[in-house]
Design a protein around this ligand. Structure first.
Ligand SMILES: Cc1cc2nc3c(=O)[nH]c(=O)nc-3n(C[C@H](O)[C@H](O)[C@H](O)COP(=O)(O)OP(=O)(O)OC[C@H]3O[C@@H](n4cnc5c(N)ncnc54)[C@H](O)[C@@H]3O)c2cc1C
Length: 384
């Protein structure tokens, strides 16, 4: 699927109408990255906060023109996030309350009791959550993590540090990956309440996606046995396997944000470039064609991952193409608007800084290339 059916076009129209309200708040957040109280002013984010909840636990889908949207399929998420980034702002979406990343892990690895507790809490009121994997030593190789869950009476003690974590500094709860023993089977995911003693969270200063990221440090944080995800699954399915599958749809969302940033920059340059600038207009046409190509790839990847959640290579290909595209589109737009563009067009300057964030989210392009290469050399996915 690369074109949108009527139902998805209705969703896109709704987001397109609501998203421009994000822009002024996004600029406020860029100027004051710790402004977590900004969100209730933005109705689209308020609505997003109680979506992306699996149907058995959702009570209040978005209903537009008689169509219901839970935003749990990769295709719906891609349409929503691309449009909200194109007409609103990608960084603000990442800094918003809701269950996007943690919810994916809880849905993939949680039992019924864990899912009910987590999603009911998120549904009750806009709640920030996080998924903490990346550590100060590095995030690409998830298998070498150092954070530990050590068995104790009634549960585990959590020790370690996490860095570059979306919304870590404003979330009361989230999912943390940690090691209970050696090797890939010794890695587990646990729901962690950050108000517990021994847990410290703080904001992380960044150049782009300002306000979105934070840090977490755990010192002997007690995690009850009931909060460890995947207890009902076989040992091979409860750790890395589960999160690797949850990452495939998330990569499509990251790609959609990249396409959205590129579209925002492209539209901005179109609007602000003098009409007599023929060469610039032709360059923008070429960029527009490239944007449509990556948009198609992203939608195709989302459709593929909805059909088969184990499909890793298409989301990886889309994510790395979109990361390049976002940087190319924003830097092209800045170049076209002249040497003073960063000062004269602060919103475009912000998107140009944000664009670099897409590269690292959900794994760098080097890591995505490995996934694409593996698929190309495997008998069942190799092109004939
Ligand atoms: C906007 C944003 C949001 C994020 N949100 C989250 C979040 O919510 N939760 C979370 O846990 N993390 C999050 N991250 C962190 C992100 O997942 C990591 O930045 C990413 O995994 C890369 O890890 P690293 O920065 O530690 O780089 P490293 O892993 O230290 O890698 C450094 C360099 O080496 C390259 N490299 C590493 N291994 C290989 C290899 N095997 N082959 C080839 N090259 C390799 C990498 O491509 C990179 O260029 C976020 C990052 C950003 C920018």
């Amino acid at each position: 699927m690369t074109g949108l059916d009527h139902r998805l076009r209705v969703l896109r129209r709704y987001v397109r109408a609501e998203a421009p309200a994000l822009r002024s708040t996004a600029q406020e957040l860029d100027a004051h990255p710790d402004g977590s109280t900004l969100y209730p002013k933005v109705p689209l984010l308020d609505r997003l906060a109680t979506l992306q909840i699996p149907r058995p636990y959702a009570r209040d889908p978005l209903v537009i023109e008689g169509h219901e949207y839970f935003l749990t399929s990769a295709v719906e998420r891609v349409v929503f996030h691309e449009e909200a980034a194109a007409h609103g702002d990608a960084a603000l979406l990442l800094s918003a309350p809701g269950s996007l990343t943690a919810g994916m892990l809880v849905a993939a690895l949680g039992d019924d009791t864990q899912q009910r507790a987590f999603f009911e809490r998120v549904r009750a009121r806009p709640t920030w959550t996080f998924l903490a994997m990346t550590e100060p030593q590095g995030g690409s190789d998830a298998g070498t993590l150092h954070t530990t869950l050590t068995p104790c009476d009634g549960g585990y003690l959590l020790n370690g540090s996490k860095r570059f974590i979306g919304n870590a500094h404003r979330s009361p709860l989230g999912v943390v990956t940690a090691r209970t023993g050696p090797g890939p089977l010794g890695i587990r995911c646990a729901l962690v309440d950050t108000t517990h003693p021994g847990c410290e969270a703080g904001p992380l200063a960044t150049l782009g996606m300002r306000g979105a990221l934070g840090t977490l440090d755990f010192q002997d944080v007690f995690v009850p046995e009931a909060q460890v995800l995947g207890r009902h699954l076989s040992p091979t399915r409860r750790g890395m396997w589960g999160w690797l599958h949850a990452f495939n749809p998330l990569r499509c969302v990251a790609a959609a944000l990249g396409v959205g940033i590129a579209r925002a920059a492209h539209a901005y340059a179109h609007q602000h470039l003098p009409s007599r600038h023929d060469l610039g207009r032709r360059r923008l046409d070429t960029l527009g064609a490239r944007i449509r190509g990556v948009q198609s790839l992203t939608r195709f990847a989302a459709t593929a991952v909805d059909a088969d959640p184990a499909n890793a290579h298409l989301p990886s290909a889309a994510k790395s193409a979109a990361a390049d595209l976002a940087v190319e589109a924003t830097s092209t737009a800045l170049r076209m608007l002249g040497p003073g563009a960063r000062l004269e067009h602060p919103l475009l300057d912000k998107w140009a800084r944000d664009a670099f964030g897409i590269e690292c989210m959900e794994g760098t392009s080097h890591v995505q290339s490995t996934s694409v290469f593996n698929a190309l050399t495997r008998a069942d996915t190799a092109p004939r």
